[in-house]
Design a protein around this ligand. Structure first.
Ligand code: MN3
Length: 202
């Protein structure tokens, strides 16, 4: 893979109005172009700050700089994953293959998984994310909460499905009704992409 020396805002795999009526064009545009862009810009600025301090041999507050960096890198990565696990509702199929098997085995049914994932997203304190991961040693899917963009992450587990429940993700469409946004989310999931991610790490 060709490497860049900084982050760029990835293009969405669909148009800004393609997730309507579940996510409006206005909401998706601002979320992608303003919020996701802010993490790209933030991370790149800190990379530059680190590079300069190494080059010029100047001291910086390493602890706070690295904390801020993890916030922006987390925001960049999570949004990049999030856009790809969404798809227009009319392209939506149910989970198949390894994903369907894994979810059924662990949760009993897709409905039960959705309920647990929804409760996870609903109960994130303040701003954060719900994410589905897979633990290879036990062969077990795990649901986790991510506070802000960077707290409480299982350090090595790859995310296969993620939902942004920061208010900036839904406020224009749903005001403060997070539950309504979570319910809408289930209509626009790219299960094929989620299955691909699972099969890659299994
Ligand atoms: Mn967001």
């Amino acid at each position: 893979m060709e490497k860049n020396d900084k982050f760029f805002l990835p293009e969405l795999p669909y148009g800004y109005k393609d997730l309507e009526p579940y996510i409006s064009k206005e909401q998706l545009t601002i979320h992608h172009q303003k919020h996701h862009q802010a993490y790209v810009t933030g991370a790149n600025a800190i990379f530059e700050k680190l590079e300069n301090s190494r080059k010029d041999n100047t001291d910086i507050d390493v602890k706070s700089t690295l904390k801020e960096l993890s916030f922006h890198v987390g925001g960049y990565i999570l949004h990049s994953l999030f856009w790809k696990n969404l798809a227009p509702a009319n392209q939506n199929k149910n989970p198949e293959g390894a994903l369907a098997e894994t979810l059924n085995k662990e949760f009993g049914s897709l409905e039960k998984f959705k309920k647990e994932f929804s409760q996870t997203a609903l109960s994130v304190e303040g701003s954060g994310w719900a994410a589905l991961t897979f633990e290879k040693e036990l062969g077990k899917p795990l649901i986790m909460q991510i506070e802000k963009h960077n707290a409480n992450i299982y350090p090595t587990l790859e995310i296969i499905l993620v939902l942004d429940v920061w208010e900036h993700a839904y406020y224009l469409d749903y005001k403060n009704d997070r539950l309504k946004f979570i319910e809408a989310f289930w209509n626009i999931i790219n299960w094929e992409e989620v299955n691909k991610r699972l099969e890659k790490i299994k």
